[in-house]
Write a protein that binds this ligand. Structure first.
Ligand code: NAD
Ligand code: ZN
Length: 266
């Protein structure tokens, strides 16, 4: 897939998206791994995706954690997280797509962002209203009361593993949602509430195959809410979206924001 979209072909779709967004006061966004590809973080699915090349990882990570949280934490503290995917996240910076999306929030168009990404790049770009439906690599979470802490603010005593929540005594784990782990109820509730209020829905860089995330654009569509998709490759949403912009979000989103400024100036 070309990283250099032909803007004369895409111009019409960008224009249509800008018109829909300029009229909206409660756009909800669902973002996926494609959003961070231009920040140097690989996707799992799609062209060049980690799983596309190496196959899917074991799906029982959460069972491993709950069956022996002490051993899991001991391994984590001793071995760290020195995999190449993790290193690419730790060194990453937001790309122009992240900044353009934060600008849509400042303009009063985007009300809420549901992201499947764990990389923290939306927050670094200045986005405020975010549900990280699969957690955040740099945070920890209590499995019982769902309280979350930045890793840097939680002191872990290697002699007292696993770490325990100071509020409720529950088990503390990394915030990233593991395979087999239920998504925190507070996150799911917020996504439902925001989707119910949406007057426009925007999906960016998601294969729209992972549930429950993929259900939110479908729910909005079923209420007649216009759906805009930004993704260089087709997804199950492509045939039902009102506007499809087939290009990389790091280039498309700044172009959409420029066009919105033109719309708002007239
Ligand atoms: P995915 O890997 O399943 O799909 C990525 C999608 O991005 C594909 O449809 C692909 O066509 C599209 N894409 C590729 N390059 C793009 C670009 N430049 N601009 C826009 N779109 C582009 O991702 P997913 O649907 O988000 O689901 C996989 C899960 O993997 C997520 O739940 C997430 O938790 C996790 N993940 C997170 C990160 C991260 O935090 N950056 C990275 C990889 C995977
Ligand atoms: Zn707790």
């Amino acid at each position: 897939m070309s990283e250099q979209p032909n803007f004369s072909d895409l111009g019409n779709q960008i224009d249509l998206a800008a018109k829909l967004l300029a009229r909206s006061t409660h756009t909800v966004v669902l973002a996926g791994a494609g959003m961070s590809k231009e920040s140097g973080i690989r996707t799992f699915r799609g062209e060049g995706g980690l799983w596309t090349e190496h196959g899917e990882p074991p799906m029982n990570q959460f069972d491993c954690f709950t069956s022996d949280p002490h051993a899991w934490w001991e391994r984590r503290l001793n071995e760290g997280r020195n995999d190449s995917f993790g290193r690419s996240i730790d060194g990453a910076q937001p790309n122009p797509g992240h900044f353009a999306l934060a600008e849509l929030e400042r303009l009063g168009i985007v009300s809420h962002l549901i992201t499947q990404n764990i990389d923290d790049l939306h927050r670094l770009a200045g986005q405020n209203s975010i549900t990280e439906i699969h957690g955040n690599r740099h945070w920890l979470r209590c499995l019982d009361c769902e309280l979350r802490w930045p890793r840097t603010q939680f002191v872990i005593d290697a002699a007292e593993l696993p770490p325990i929540c100071s509020e409720c005594g529950g088990l503390v784990k990394s915030d990233t949602v593991m395979f087999g782990e239920p998504i925190p109820a507070t996150a799911l509730r917020r996504c439902h509430e925001e989707t119910a209020l949406a007057d426009c829905f925007l999906t960016i860089g998601t294969s729209a195959l992972v549930y429950p995330a993929a259900q939110y654009p479908a729910n909005a569509l079923s209420r007649g809410v216009p759906l805009i998709e930004i993704n260089p490759e087709p997804t199950p949403l492509t045939s039902v979206a009102n506007v499809v912009i087939a290009g990389p979000s790091g280039k498309i989103l700044p172009a959409v924001v420029n066009q919105i400024h033109n719309e708002l100036d007239h």
